[in-house]
Design a protein around this ligand. Structure first.
Ligand SMILES: [Zn+2]
Ligand SMILES: [Zn+2]
Length: 135
């Protein structure tokens, strides 16, 4: 398959992904709502070794996730775009933000997590696997 590319809003941070996303997940946790400035985050999971970054350095916020895991949330220091997170509970993989892909339509969520904190107006396709909490 063709490699997938993406980056932040201002173009400072760029990346290429050299594998298929293992999983695409919508997260309704309260921290993703804050960090994204939206009702939920949409993420895909890939091996860390398959992501090649170019351009500027990212900044990171060391977060304590609702799951109890430590979560390093990386973002562009210039424009603030959320790029990815790395969880202490899932070593070796990174969670990338779908909205930073050059073509976000390439991936489609199959699972949603932390639905217990989802906003009441959010509705998703019934075929999506739903979990009240994280994983
Ligand atoms: Zn940027
Ligand atoms: Zn979340």
């Amino acid at each position: 398959m063709a490699s997938r590319s993406g980056g932040c809003l201002c173009g400072n941070v760029r990346y290429t992904i050299n594998s298929e996303p293992a999983l695409t997940v919508v997260c309704h946790c309260t921290h993703c709502q804050k960090a994204s400035g939206s009702a939920f985050s949409t993420n895909f999971v890939v091996p860390r070794a398959d992501v090649v970054f170019s351009g500027g350095e990212m900044s990171a916020y060391d977060d304590q996730a609702d799951s109890g895991n430590r979560l390093s949330r990386s973002f562009c220091p210039t424009c603030g775009s959320s790029i990815m997170s790395e969880s202490s509970g899932h070593p070796g993989v990174v969670v990338m933000k779908v909205g930073t892909l050059d073509d976000p339509s390439m991936v489609r969520p199959t699972m949603q997590i932390w639905t217990r904190s989802a906003q009441p107006w959010v509705r998703f396709a019934a075929e999506m696997v739903s979990m009240e909490k994280g994983r």
